[in-house]
Design a protein around this ligand. Structure first.
Ligand code: GLP
Length: 241
């Protein structure tokens, strides 16, 4: 695993944006795997600047998002559809038909997962997958205990994850209890994975990742089996000197 330590969150965001832009400039029809959460927000801001000021072209890109809450419509302010539109897709020229996010309102959720996985297999895998990390080691919404063989599936969110994400909702009981997420096997098919960790509250997770062997109780540990992972972390989330 390649590790890049940046001096702060701003530099982290610029670094990840540079990696993404290099990917898209080198291969204009890249498939990008994108993540939500607080950590990639700065990266997306930089990408928007890159599009507006440096003319980075996304017109041939395909995007797949990692996950979506079950039960939130695409126009709900806290759905990941809204997050991606508000922070990225609204500003870039990725054609709408090439943007893929699981539908958390699907009548048949199992079918939605299977269709999403098929689409990923048909068009993907992502050339570059952006990932955040949960304090409990979750990637996407793959909580501890998720099988490393999992494909896109419906998950029950861990109480700690709901609590961590409650900051985006008016109260904890408004946080959905389930989500659709790409599985761990799905994520591992990506050609290059860029894992972002920022802030002292991620220190323990980064330390566990570095110290542990792959085990299903800490989902991010699977990344040690992947041939091309770049961990980008800022000084406050760096566990060792
Ligand atoms: C969320 C998302 C993940 C994200 C993680 C960390 O629940 N589903 O994709 O990586 O938790 O979020 P944050 O970046 O806000 O710490």
């Amino acid at each position: 695993m390649e590790i890049i330590v940046t001096k702060d969150y701003r530099e982290l965001s610029r670094t990840v944006c540079e990696i993404l832009e290099k990917q898209v400039i080198g291969k204009p029809d890249s498939v990008l795997g994108l993540a939500t959460g607080g950590t990639p927000l700065g990266t997306y801001e930089e990408m928007v600047k890159g599009y507006e000021h440096r003319g980075v072209d996304y017109s041939c890109v395909t995007a797949f998002n990692l996950d979506e809450y079950v039960g939130l419509g695409r126009n709900h302010s806290q759905s990941y559809h809204s997050y991606m539109n508000d922070h990225l897709f609204h500003f870039l020229n990725i054609p709408k038909e090439r943007v893929h996010i699981p539908n958390g309102m699907a009548e048949d959720l199992e079918q939605e997962c299977a269709t999403y996985e098929d689409k990923l297999n048909e068009i993907g895998p992502p050339d570059l997958q952006i990932l955040g990390i949960g304090a409990n080691g979750h990637i996407g919404f793959n909580e501890p205990g998720t099988s490393f063989a999992s494909t896109t599936h419906v998950v029950d969110l861990a109480p700690t994850t709901r609590k961590a994400n409650a900051r985006f909702f008016t109260s904890l009981d408004k946080v959905p209890e389930q989500a659709i997420t790409m599985g761990i096997r799905t994520i591992m098919k990506s050609r290059h994975i860029v894992l972002l960790a920022s802030g002292s509250h991620k220190l323990k997770a980064v330390k566990t990742l570095i110290d542990s062997e792959p085990n299903e109780q800490f989902p991010a540990s699977i990344l040690k089996n992947h041939p091309h992972v770049t961990l980008v972390t800022d000084k406050s989330a760096k566990p060792y000197e």
